[in-house]
Design a protein around this ligand. Structure first.
Ligand SMILES: NC(=O)c1ccc[n+]([C@@H]2O[C@H](COP(=O)([O-])OP(=O)(O)OC[C@H]3O[C@@H](n4cnc5c(N)ncnc54)[C@H](OP(=O)(O)O)[C@@H]3O)[C@@H](O)[C@H]2O)c1
Length: 186
């Protein structure tokens, strides 16, 4: 990938699912620092230490599964998987923000996406539904007022370090990965 940058085939290098430990290794051994790291991040897995590491090293963080990835096959879901879209606090904030703003209603999905953006990350929600795509894109169309500091604080308090995409499917007989060395969790 560094050769691609040198040959002007790409302007930057992105990585995914990199822990701070893996990013540190690349920063110490490579010549082109990664521009971006795409990881699971949502209200239940806020990743404050990884986010801070990325900030300090000028690596942008983008959040996958910001809405809780509810359409994953059941095989990859825990039986007690929490659902960010149905979180009572998220729903209350959506209702309160809608009531406060006569011009806009706010959906739980928009609250979750605004939280990603207002905490300094970008996010890549997936939808195959045109109306939901429009709803999601509204959070960057500048027509939706930001969440208040109080609402952000309430959302920040929901962290439970709960990974939904646990990565078990990346481990297996011939894989170099185990759940331990995949996430490098302390
Ligand atoms: N790098 C990695 O290892 C990695 C791992 C996982 C995911 N990803 C990527 O991250 C992206 C998003 O993650 P994800 O698909 O896991 O989860 P997600 O975006 O959190 O959730 C997608 C689910 O939310 C629904 N949805 C979308 N917008 C909605 C809205 N406004 N209201 C209600 N429901 C809504 C979708 O249904 P509909 O489609 O029916 O709207 C779908 O069921 C994908 O592009 C995926 O490829 C990357």
């Amino acid at each position: 990938m560094e050769g691609c940058v040198a040959d002007n085939l790409t302007r930057g290098i992105g990585v995914s699912n990199f822990s701070a430990k893996k990013l540190r290794h690349i920063l110490d051994s490579g010549t082109v620092p990664p521009a971006i790291n795409q990881v699971e991040r949502h209200i239940y897995l806020q990743q404050p230490r990884l986010l801070e590491f990325c900030r300090q090293n000028n690596i942008h963080l983008t959040c996958y599964s910001p809405l809780g990835s509810m359409d994953r096959p059941g095989l990859f879901k825990a039986h007690d998987e929490p659902k960010p879209l149905f979180d009572a606090t998220v729903q209350a904030i959506a209702a309160a923000a809608s009531a406060e703003e006569s011009d806009h209603s706010r959906t739980p999905a928009q609250v979750l996406l605004q939280w990603c953006i207002q905490t300094g990350t970008s996010t890549i929600p997936k939808s195959v539904n045109p109306a939901r795509l429009r709803e999601n894109l509204m959070v960057v169309s500048a027509s939706l007022p930001p969440l208040s500091d109080d609402h952000l604080r309430d959302l920040n308090a929901l962290d439970r370090n709960r990974r939904l995409v646990d990565g078990a499917f990346w481990t297996g007989e011939n894989s170099p990965h185990t759940l331990e060395n995949l996430w490098d969790e302390e």
